[in-house]
Design a protein around this ligand. Structure first.
Ligand code: GDG
Length: 461
């Protein structure tokens, strides 16, 4: 039987609470099949480069993992993936650092992953590779003679070619995408940026046709907006324990709980969000003691300077807002720099009148979808969503804002906390229908159908 082999940078134990969107999505995508999830186990070991693949069975999934050496971690993971590609793909050339040794580490880990994956593949297996850490993996697999169907999904945005032009060796990197049978993006905008890039980099080949041609192989590129497991999230938000948490959250004088949840990453726009919340307190003094912003921001990539800086900035901002506006009986910003269990998140979403999701740039943003799913259908809260999240392309009944414009976000906050029930019901009903329509199952099915070659010809993106 044809198996699905998923490859991603990090393999997480699907039975433990995780905090990465990819981990959540892939764990759910594999749990109903005989799939294998291959990738790094999160360990750094000096003998890593000589070590074999460790196989174990967890929650219906076979995990095939290997460690990285310190040098691999520093170059492939921190250096190229997260100091160069992550900022560039999030339109932040100002934060990108390019380094030849980092690029070499990136290439060599992709080669090492390819050797291990090639050794596991049977003829009719299908391989699904995830995210920016592993762009050249299919090209490395092809070099080893792997002819299986291989797909790639980019979880983060694909920037315009004018931004990519600043990346040294970008032609090498993006040419390797042509080794895939299928390349998936979150939104039509990402796909169109990719098409423009291909067009501009093959100027003499004429306008790009769809699918893209590469020697004898045809690469198809399409949009597959990722979603969540809606029912399991609803269930999590409605347990007796969740009800108890919601009671504890909402028993004081504060009426308007505003919730934000994301890894502490500069792409998520947290300092701008705090400034917008401050503007809301300034512009709408009557809402002051009624409103609290709870921001949960677990640490991520702490070794990188840009992440240490944003942590300091947020601590200063939350302290300054609480110092200026807070009172003996009211703390306007509750900032939690720790990961919290998923069930607690679901309860906090349901107990909060406003979901404030304002990234400066985001591939999709699953938190926006989780917030909508968690709401009480008879008395739902309001989602405020950045126009720069991929999710904004679908979720048009949210209050869509420009996260750089503090006055606009402050106004949306006021609109949200004062919105009448009829309008909240109407918006929420439509949003929930959308979140259900493009959920995690439809995302995986659409991608796998296209990858296996059974996709609909007429739904080309
Ligand atoms: C990438 C792309 C794309 C957050 N804090 C905690 C926690 N989380 C969970 C959320 C959500 C997930 O992590 C985050 O997913 P996002 O989609 O919001 O963002 P990224 O991690 O940046 O994910 C993104 C995604 O991939 C999927 O393609 O949507 O654009 O950047 O599920 O609830 N979970 C727990 N504790 C926390 O403190 N348990």
């Amino acid at each position: 039987m044809s198996r699905l082999i998923v490859v991603s940078n990090r393999v997480a134990d699907p039975t433990l609470p995780q905090s990465g969107g990819l981990a959540v999505a892939v764990g759910e995508a594999l749990s109903d099949g005989n799939g294998i999830w291959f990738g790094w186990n999160g360990e750094i070991r000096e003998d890593a480069e000589g070590s074999g693949v460790n196989l174990e069975r967890r929650g219906g999934v076979t995990l095939a993992t290997l460690p990285l050496s310190q040098k691999e971690y520093d170059t492939y993971y921190l250096g190229y993936s997260n100091r160069a590609l992550w900022p560039v793909f999030h339109y932040r050339l100002d934060l990108a650092e390019f380094d030849v040794a980092a690029l070499e580490g990136y290439r060599s880990v992709n080669r090492r992953f390819a050797k291990s994956v090639a050794a596991m593949i049977d003829n009719d297996d299908v391989v699904w590779i995830h995210d920016y850490h592993l762009i050249p993996l299919a090209a490395e697999l092809r070099k080893l003679g792997v002819e299986n169907r291989i797909g790639f999904f980019l979880h983060i945005p694909f920037p315009p070619p004018e931004i990519i032009a600043a990346v040294p060796d970008h032609a090498w990197l993006f040419d390797t995408l042509h080794a895939y049978d299928l390349v998936g993006f979150q939104t039509d905008q990402d796909l169109s940026n990719f098409k423009r890039y291909v067009e501009q980099s093959s100027a003499d080949a004429g306008p790009v046709t769809h699918p893209f041609r590469n020697g004898t192989r045809m690469m198809d590129a399409r949009t597959f907006p990722i979603g969540i497991d809606v029912d399991s999230f609803i269930e999590m938000a409605n347990t007796p324990k969740a009800n108890d948490r919601i009671k504890r959250l909402t028993r004081g004088a504060v009426r308007n709980h505003v919730i934000g949840v994301e890894r502490l990453d500069y792409s998520k726009g947290l300092p701008d969000r705090f400034r917008s919340f401050k503007r809301f307190l300034e512009n709408f003094p009557d809402q002051r003691k009624k409103t609290v912003l709870m921001q949960i921001a677990p640490p991520t990539r702490e070794e990188l300077v840009a992440y240490a800086e944003i942590r300091t900035e947020l601590e200063q901002l939350s302290g300054a807002i609480n110092g200026e506006f807070g009172d003996f009986d009211w703390t306007p910003v509750r900032y939690i720099h720790r990961s919290v269990p998923r069930e607690t998140l679901a309860a906090l979403f349901r107990g909060s009148k406003v979901g404030l999701v304002t990234p400066l740039r985001d591939g999709m943003n699953l938190v926006a979808k989780e917030y909508v799913a968690a709401q009480e259908p008879d008395d739902p809260g309001v989602l405020i969503l950045s126009r720069f999240a991929g999710a904004a392309a679908e979720m048009e009944e949210a209050l869509i804002v420009n996260p750089y414009d503090a006055d606009e976000v402050a106004k949306a906050l006021h609109n949200a906390v004062t919105m009448e029930l009829d309008e909240r019901l109407d918006r929420h009903g439509k949003l929930l229908a959308r979140v259900r329509h493009s959920d995690i199952v439809s995302w995986r099915r659409a991608f796998m159908d296209h990858l296996r070659g059974h996709g609909q010809a007429d739904d080309a993106a």
